[in-house]
Design a protein around this ligand. Structure first.
Ligand SMILES: Cc1ncc(C[n+]2csc(CCOP(=O)(O)OP(=O)(O)O)c2C)c(N)n1
Ligand code: SF4
Ligand SMILES: [Mg+2]
Length: 275
């Protein structure tokens, strides 16, 4: 789209509920920039689904679009239903790491395995932000959170690799310090048929940062930048050197048939076989 980007064009004009400096602003902005650069001009052809949590408030009711809030963790099954019944719509899920990689993890894996034609944007702030910064499956090893005052003792899940190995057509990870790459990934996900997943490691200064020992948002963003390693480089490094690092880049890019295409094909074959 040649017209200059204005975020207001895609918003209802309501005030987002996020804390100052929250990474959710960056994720919303990068997503809408990507939409704009693809030439959409509005969100009329989109439906947004989200569960519960801070990140789940990114689209609804702030985006000027149709959107659905589901119970915590259940946005992907609802999005799957929307897509199967209205295949002409772009169906996009926004959610937190707790929503999508905690309580909703099995839905994430199975949607990737089925290659459902939905786009999932997971904001990984490394805790359950909205409920007070409890440890999450994504919390880095040995981090102080509100429920691990002596540091966390479990290893975090690698959601993007899990989704890539389950069969997603597109999977990428960036941080909020990689706004340009994030926007480009949004464009790629919107243009790639099938299940597309983008994880964004994001700052939550209120519920994560201050307990984990960060003085301010700038320090968190610096940490993201300094700790990020491109996937291609990471693949040549021994696992012990990757401890505590954020591996960024694209992890899957395929063209496998989508769930809807497989269903249609099966119907054609069944009609022929049983006619
Ligand atoms: C079934 C159910 N269990 C627990 C909750 C409480 N709850 C609300 S949001 C949330 C976690 C939010 O964490 P995340 O999904 O990472 O989003 P964030 O707030 O960090 O963006 C939890 C546990 C709930 N609403 N419903
Ligand atoms: S608690 Fe954290 S994730 Fe939630 S709005 Fe505040 S800074 Fe953002
Ligand atoms: Mg979270």
């Amino acid at each position: 789209m040649t017209e200059k980007f204005s975020v207001q064009r895609y918003l209802r004009g309501l005030k987002f509920p996020f804390c100052p400096g929250c990474g959710n602003y960056t994720v919303a902005n990068s997503f809408l920039r990507g939409v704009h650069e693809l030439g959409y001009g509005d969100l009329a052809g989109f439906v947004f689904c989200s569960g519960i949590g801070c990140a789940a408030w990114i689209p609804s009711p702030y985006f000027l679009a149709d959107s659905i809030h589901t119970p915590h963790g259940r946005s992907i099954p609802v999005a799957t239903g929307v897509k199967l019944f209205r295949p002409e719509l772009k169906v996009v899920v926004f959610g937190g790491d707790g929503d999508l990689a905690g309580i909703g993890l099995s839905h994430l894996i199975h949607a990737a395995r089925r290659n459902v034609d939905i786009k999932v944007i997971m904001v990984n702030n490394m805790v359950y932000g909205m409920t007070g910064g409890q440890v999450a499956p994504t919390t880095p090893f040995r981090t102080v959170t509100s429920t691990t005052p002596y540091k966390s003792f479990e290893r975090p899940i690698d959601a993007v690799r899990l989704v890539a190995s389950a069969g997603a057509n597109y999977a990428a990870r960036w941080t909020t310090a990689h706004q340009e790459q994030l926007k480009e990934s949004v464009k790629k996900a919107l243009e790639t048929p099938g299940f597309c997943f983008i994880e964004t490691v994001s700052q939550c200064p209120t519920a994560f940062g201050r307990r984990a020992g960060f003085k301010n948002v700038a320090e968190m963003l610096r940490w993201f930048k300094q700790n990020s390693i491109p996937r291609e480089e990471a693949e040549k490094m021994p696992p012990e050197m990757l401890e505590g690092k954020i591996v960024v880049g694209e992890f899957a890019y395929g063209k496998a048939p989508t769930l809807s295409e497989n269903i249609r094909q099966m119907v054609v074959e069944a009609r022929k076989a049983y006619a």
